[in-house]
Design a protein around this ligand. Structure first.
Ligand code: ADP
Length: 217
């Protein structure tokens, strides 16, 4: 059996536009794969398909070889991180990070939030408001929030694109370390080849279907 995440001949269309045309990809448990490609090549669509947010015209998304077609987004166990973090603006940093931990007792929630803020290099920032964070800090909090419930895979959509280049490199190195330390299986979308190499074990290039693509390499 194949362990981890699989895509088998996935096709997604938006009306007349084919966004993904028979894409296949395997991501082993604990592996970090960067998905590189120009704007419009279908990178975000691929993440959304994995998460169960886009219906497939054909093909399948699999975990450990089992088809996830009947599993809704919130039960797939995948975390997501977006370009702008999308923190809840009215909640403290601590409540943001603890958002997916309501199944735990309060002391366990607090301990996990403390642990995650340490992991992302922001110890003690529980009581800050998102508006009081820099762009880089906000992305670190978004990463902590997505990792807190121990997702079986993390889907990251250009998480560093809004940051300036120096900060982006530093955070890319930190992200690479954090994903390894937590043995997180991840698909990391970027259009920056250098960032892809910094973060990932393996880089996969996606080209747009109109350019004659036959799937991810
Ligand atoms: P990328 O993330 O690589 O920039 P996307 O996955 O956003 O690419 O888009 C792939 C293709 O699908 C593009 O041609 C885009 O215009 C189209 N597309 C994406 N989202 C939608 C949508 N909601 N409605 C219609 N077309 C879309």
């Amino acid at each position: 059996m194949v362990s981890g995440l699989g895509l088998r001949d996935v096709t997604v269309r938006y009306g007349e536009t084919t966004a993904l045309d028979g894409v296949s990809l395997a991501v082993e448990r604990g592996e970090v794969v960067a998905l590189l490609g120009p704007s419009g090549s279908g990178k975000s669509t691929l993440l959304r398909a994995i998460a169960g947010l886009e219906p497939l015209v054909s093909g399948a998304v699999l975990w450990d070889g089992a088809d996830l077609a009947a599993v809704p987004t919130h039960k797939r166990g995948f975390g997501m991180v977006f370009q702008d973090g999308q923190l809840f603006p009215t909640m403290s940093v601590g409540r943001n990070v603890g958002y997916g931990l309501t199944h735990l007792a309060k002391p366990a929630q607090r301990a996990r939030v403390t642990e995650l803020l340490e992991l992302v290099g922001l110890p003690g920032l529980e009581h800050r408001r998102p508006t009081e964070l820099s762009g880089g800090q906000a992305q670190r909090v978004a990463l902590a929030r997505s990792l807190a419930p121990s997702p079986r895979a993390l889907l990251l959509d250009e998480p560093l694109s809004a940051l300036d280049p120096g900060l982006r490199r530093r955070l890319a190195d930190d992200l690479a370390r954090i994903l390894r330390e937590t043995h997180t299986t991840a698909v990391y979308v970027t259009h920056d080849p250098e960032e892809a190499e910094r973060v990932a074990d393996r880089v996969v290039v996606l080209t747009a279907p109109t350019a004659g693509r036959d799937g991810a390499a």
